[in-house]
Every structure is written in C-alpha cells, then in structure tokens.
Design a protein around this ligand. Sequence first.
Ligand SMILES: Cc1ncc(COP(=O)(O)O)c(C=O)c1O
Length: 418
Amino acid sequence: MADRALTEADALALDAADPLAPYRGRFLLPVAPDGSTAIYLAGHSLGLQPRSVRDAIDAELERWSRRGVDAWFEPDRPWFTCTERLREPMARIVGARPSEVAILNALTVNIHLLLASFFRPVGRRRRILVDGPLFPSDRHALTSHLVQRGLDPVRGLLVIEPRNGSPIVPTSDLEAAIREHGAELALVFLAGVNFATGQLHEIRRLTAAAHESGAMVGWDLAHAAGNVELSLHDWDVDFAAWCTYKYLNGGPGSVGAIFVHDRYGRDPSTPRLGGWWGVDPDRRFDMVDAFVPASGAAGWEASTPPVMALAPLATSLAIFDEVGMPALRAKSVELTGYLARLLDDLGIEAITPTEPAARGAQLSLRLRDAETVLAGLAARGVVADFRAPDIIRVAPVPLYNTYHEAWRFAHLLREVGA
Ligand SMILES: Cc1ncc(COP(=O)(O)O)c(C=O)c1O
C-alpha cells in the first residue's frame, strides 16, 4: 500500500484486521445532523461515553438511596476507598507506582496544589520555564503563583516559543534554553503533548535536562494520559497532573489526577496544602489538630471525593486495563499514521510532527479558512475542533475510531474544499 492511493477497500480491510475493533461497541457514538453516526474526532477534547457509565452511576444512586451515609463503609466497594481503588489502574496508564498517583479535583486546581508544593523559588532560582504555545489555564496558574510569591510574572515565566517559522519547539531548543537559563530556574513545567500542535515531547530527556540544571520538573499531561505510553516513575519526573475527560473518557469535567514521585510523596516534610482527605485513612476520623499526610500522592487529596463523578471514570479505566497501553498505542500509531498519509495525499498541511515518536493521536491541520471548513465538516457529521487562527484539531482515537472513518473524513475534507 506504500506508494499507491489508498482506497476505501483498504480502509475496510484494515478495520477487519484490527484487534481493537470490538472496543468501538463499548462506547456510545454521537449522532450526525442527518441522524447517522457522527465521525467523532474530538477525543482529544472530550472522550466518548462508555456504554457502562449509566449502570455505574445507577449503582451509586442505588447505594445512596438504600444505604445513605452507611454506603461510605459498606463492605462491598465502600465509597471511603473510591479514589484508592482507581490508583492502580491509573498508575498503569502513566507508568507510576500506585502510591505515586491520586485522583482528585480538576487539572488546574491540581496544578495549583502541586505548584504550592514544588515551586520553591530561592536565591537566583525564581523562574519557571515552559513550552509554547502555552495553554491559557496553565499560564494563569503559573502566573498567579509567581505573583503570590511577590515575583514579576512577566520575567518569571520564560516561555520557549517555536521559532524560525516552525510550528513546534524542538527538544534541542528546550534543552538549550534549560542549559542557558539553568541557574535561574526553580521549575521546568512542560506539556507532555502540546494542546495546539499535538507534539509529544521527549519527557525522559527533558526531565533529565531540567534535573541537570538543578530545577524541579513537572508535566501537564492533559493530552498525553491515555494517549501515549508513559513511564513517569522510571523517567524520574518530579510531579505531573492531567485531566480525565479527554483520552481517559471520564466524562465532562471529570475528576483530575496527579503524579508525585515517591521521593516526595513518602517524605512527610514535603510541603503540601492539607485537608482531612489527605490524612492517612486510618486516622482520618481522629479529629486531631496535627495534619499528618497519608503516604504518597494521596496526601494531596484534601476534600471528600465526588463519588458520582468517579463512577464513569472507573468504568473507563477498566476498559484501559483490558486493552493495556501498549496495544492501544500500537493501534494509535497505525491509525494516526494512516490518517496522516491520507491528508498528505490531499496536500493538507499538518503542523504536528510526522515521526510517530513525536506525536500521539492528535493531528493539527493548518487550513485556509479553517472555521468555514469546520462548519462544512460539522454539517456532514464530523466532530472536530478549531483553534485560532487557522488550526483544525482531529484525533483518531484507537479505542473507538476506525480506519474507515479516517478515510471518510479525508474525503469529506476534499468535499468541503479544504
Ligand atoms: C493543556 C491543558 N491544561 C489545562 C487545562 C484545563 O483543565 P481543567 O479545566 O480541567 O482545569 C486543559 C483543558 O483542556 C488543557 O488542555
């Protein structure tokens, strides 16, 4: 298939041979304006609803109605351990020890909690280095911590932007910037997969570069978790945070997650913002004055977990456990590569790197009149999104998208004049 035009029959053959194809049936697929099944390519923004979600929520509603407060401690799946039960499956997704993962709050709030612990400006080390384009919420969070510590928010935030007309920031630029500014850096805070370009950064290499410069290193994995394989513990990452509503299919505004390396999580002297849910579960009801944090990332939990909101996430993580990240990523590389080849044949420019190791499922397409193209696609049942000024983002998600959808999408792009 390497050199000839790809046909619809090729796409159907690829789907027939796809070992993950049955998983599409485990999700509810949105509906197109004409009532047919939409081509949903927005899993980088909001993942689809697993069919099992409704039953999972119903089960919790049932417990609430039948047991009331006693459901917190009933022997079968007590609410009291509802976040604890998700740590192992989540740890498998990001390559962490279960003790290094906690499920709590939402992404920006978690970035705040982690900055409170790990942004430690001292002496000349007062700056935070980030990759551009920077997601606005991350900018707001980082800036507010600089301001809170009495630092200049403009000088304090060192954004390494793409240059020389390139849409992405190569690893070598980030390494060079870390080296150049190393003595001034308190923190390096990078995106695992950049929200705009879809670039997957070399997390191990950049973590090592940041450590060499003497800085702490944290990662925003919003677009990486459940998308690409990660080994946060082995890569020696200090901390990370991610949301669960994109590739992890936890539902709109679902509960976020964090990684704190055990060298900090198991050290009770690591500063953290306290709350009773961060206390060792056996001592949570002691009602004593001293905050003695639970060992591990769980010590960052502060409040009672939202039981209903966790039910969808639990069912989705069970699917990830069935499939496993290696199989998921293997299909993702194939499917995204297939779509990239179709788009290339159409002469459509993707600003996302072409090497599979430097991207996940997302392709960011630069198009003239992108908003009009997106409207035309939407009218034909394609769900994707727009980022100003000229980017349409699409993500063929290996759990529920097909090769045939990729093929149809490419042909619809041509139909709408892209
Ligand atoms: C890279 C990145 N950072 C932060 C956020 C904000 O997440 P939340 O609204 O859950 O705080 C998002 C949301 O899409 C994101 O993509």
